[in-house]
Ligand binder design. Sequence first.
Ligand code: FES
Length: 100
Amino acid sequence: MIRVRVEASTHGVACEGEVDGGRLLDFADEHRAAISFSCRGGTCGTCRVRVLEGGALLAPRSERESETLAVVGDGPDVRLACVARVTRGVSGTLRIVALD
Ligand code: FES
């Protein structure tokens, strides 16, 4: 089980909870943390989040996520919450903040 904390951003709300797999944006939705989104498919870049801790707990970037971040990314610690998946069967702490 991974402990996920979404830090408050300029207009976002912090939340914290546990998860075993799944997409970051789904976790944020379920916990009422505001991460902006549009396409929910990894192509628009709206849902960019910076990983503050625990990036190794996420599955590696897909080709689509890498392609989008090559255009709209803001460093190697940025992921797209709509497609970034938390790894199942591991434990640790993951902290993210929305780049909105
Ligand atoms: S919502 Fe468009 S890339 Fe995530």
